[in-house]
Design a protein around this ligand. Structure first.
Ligand code: 6R9
Length: 566
């Protein structure tokens, strides 16, 4: 029996207070996610239960009980307070998937700080953009990434402390602090900051069409939805071994790679290593993973290797599979049923929504290719893109719209209230995605409604890439779009017009690609550069990415009446 039971019954009697009650929270109480994910679990009699089993690419394993993560997160909280950091200040986590990442996340919340996780593969420019926007006061990182921080620290006057969690053997510089959580004395007793429902908790940067990435601001009350969706959608139970493959630099890795599982008191496993089909299967076998949350790109990579490698491993521990981040194609659902005897359940949500909003529940009939139905407590529909009125015609494509008000909904974009407000129309929060709803109420994803590129489930903003391209000496103008890719769904393609004196060449091509990879990230690096004489622009001078994208995807070009050079 799944945790959700009958979807229809849950819908009828639903109220978010179900989650509040289970967590022992009452309106007006203090609520600190860091405390809920460690101290409370210990108080519920699970102090010696494993919270985290971590393994790296060399097969080195570390295990932490709930009491360990309670004490170690206290130790981080105490360190941060000792450095003079104050509640409300932004503390960035810039690490690979090491135990310190997961544990310091709780520590930051326990001292009242706002946790700002950033993907460790980000280059110095991606990092700078986000740290400068958030006016981040401290950053926790590893020695392998500290050079990127050093490169930009003089341009970040607000950044007071750089904490290196594994600095042994490498000399540190001014403003840098060495902190090895496994060597310092543990803090057993720490009074968590008395945050309340609306106290800011996590700041996750996400890309849009225009401008630099925006910081989606979450609050401690998000816990209620993250807890309940983990329980009902991911269906975790006390005896489960849960594996979320997402990196906490992205929202899935925090909402469902830290908060959800730990608030539910389950054991989670983390593999701090790159992808490899057999590596992953061996990991499942070794740790007897029961619940697995992954992404379509990973599933497609597994599919590419075929079913033979699956047969080499004992995958019988698996009980429930879920997917997020991009459209989960019907073939992937069917393949997983054949390969693992279990279908992947699609889940749809965003950095902004903080938790799963549309999904296939355990036990509910899956229509392969559909995202499923709204989570109880979420009112979701598709609206007409002009009037923002709900479309009541099954199969008609509109914009996915959600009625605001669930616990984990973002509260604003950091220092960008105007863009935040622009996301609401006619009383709906507009996700920026297109979909249709069938006669049974199932949602079918169609595509994004903007120019954001989704590569392997990671959103990349064209503006950020174009701005970085312009910093290259040879580039006069540029446009970045997503081009189709069989595995990653989309990869970045850049159109570049060169400055006089520069000519297209393979060397220049490579040089520009690497320039972006280093400055931004491997995800943002164009996989293809097309050199052009000029770019199509509107009469007001805006580059028409839509046109380039349509050409790339072989789609109708649409209205070009505002085109400058027509
Ligand atoms: C959690 C996360 C959000 C965007 C979203 C949509 C795409 C996410 C999806 C999906 C089709 C799904 N997306 N889940 N598209 N089917 N099940 O991924 O957050 O990084 O903010 O991305 O990802 O376009 O709007 P985020």
């Amino acid at each position: 029996m799944s945790n959700i039971g009958s979807y229809e019954e849950r819908l009828r009697g639903f109220d978010w207070s179900i989650g509040e009650k289970e967590l022992g929270y009452k309106k007006g109480d203090k609520i600190n996610i860091g405390w809920y994910c460690s101290d409370r679990v210990c108080q519920m009699g699970k102090a010696s239960k494993l919270a985290l089993v971590w393994e790296n690419h060399e097969g080195h394993v570390k295990k932490f009980t709930y009491n360990d993560i309670r004490q170690l997160s206290n130790t981080f909280a105490s360190l941060l307070c000792g450095l003079g950091l104050k509640p409300g200040e932004r503390v960035c986590i810039f690490m690979d998937k090491v135990p310190e990442l997961y544990i310091s996340f709780l520590g930051i919340l326990k001292m009242g700080g706002i946790a700002q996780p950033l993907f460790s593969a980000f280059g110095d420019e991606s990092l700078h953009t986000r740290l400068s926007n958030a006016e981040t006061a401290a950053i926790l990182t590893q020695k392998k990434h500290v050079a990127k921080v050093r490169k930009i620290r003089e341009q970040l006057p607000q950044l007071k402390h750089i904490i290196v969690v594994d600095s042994e053997g490498s000399p540190l510089k001014e403003r840098e602090v060495a902190f090895d959580m496994e060597r310092v004395p543990r803090v057993d007793d720490w009074k968590a900051y008395e945050s309340t429902a609306e106290t800011p908790s996590v700041l996750h940067y996400t890309s849009g069409t225009t401008g630099q990435p925006k910081g989606a601001q979450h609050v401690h009350y998000s816990l209620i939805a993250q807890y309940l969706t983990t329980k009902w959608v991911l269906d975790v139970k006390d005896e489960d071994i849960y594996w979320c493959t997402a990196d906490p630099g992205w929202v899935t890795g925090t909402s469902y790679g830290i908060i959800g599982p730990w608030a539910n008191g389950v054991t989670q496993v983390v593999l701090d290593a790159g992808f490899g089909a057999e590596k992953w299967y061996a990991f499942v076998e070794r740790h007897k993973v029961t619940v697995w949350y992954s992404a379509p790109t990973a599933i497609r990579l597994l599919m590419k290797e075929g079913k033979e490698p699956v047969a080499k491993y004992d995958m019988s521990s698996l009980r429930h599979l879920c997917s997020v981040g991009e459209p989960l194609n019907a073939e992937a659902v069917i393949w997983s049923k054949e390969a693992f005897g279990l279908p992947f359940h699609d889940t749809f949500w965003q950095t902004e929504t903080g938790s799963i909003v549309i999904t296939n529940y355990p036990g509910m009939p899956i229509k392969p290719g559909s995202m499923g139905k709204p989570f109880p407590g979420i009112t979701a529909t598709v609206v007409n893109p002009k009037t923002f009125e709900p479309i009541n015609n099954p199969g008609t494509v509109g914009l996915i719209a959600l009625r605001p008000g669930w616990p984990s909904m973002f509260r604003t974009y950091w220092k960008n209230e105007e863009t935040y407000r622009s996301k609401f129309k006619n009383g709906w929060y507009i996700c920026g995605d297109r979909a249709s709803i069938d006669a049974d109420g199932y949602f079918w994803f169609v595509g994004r409604d903007d120019d954001v590129i989704n590569t392997g489930g990671h959103l990349v903003g064209p503006f950020e890439i174009e701005s970085a391209l312009l910093e290259h000496q040879a580039v006069a103008e540029s446009a970045a779009i997503g081009k189709p890719d069989p595995v990653n769904m989309e990869v970045v393609k850049a159109f570049v017009a060169l400055k006089p004196g520069f000519a297209p060449s393979d060397d220049l091509d490579l040089e520009i690609m690497n320039f972006i990879r280093k400055k931004l990230s491997p995800l943002a690096m164009p996989q293809e550069i097309e050199f052009v004489k000029s770019l199509p622009k509107t009469r007001s001078g805006k580059i028409m990415r839509r046109l380039l994208r349509a050409q790339e995807w072989g789609e109708p070009i649409g209205d070009v009446s505002t085109l400058e050079n027509e």
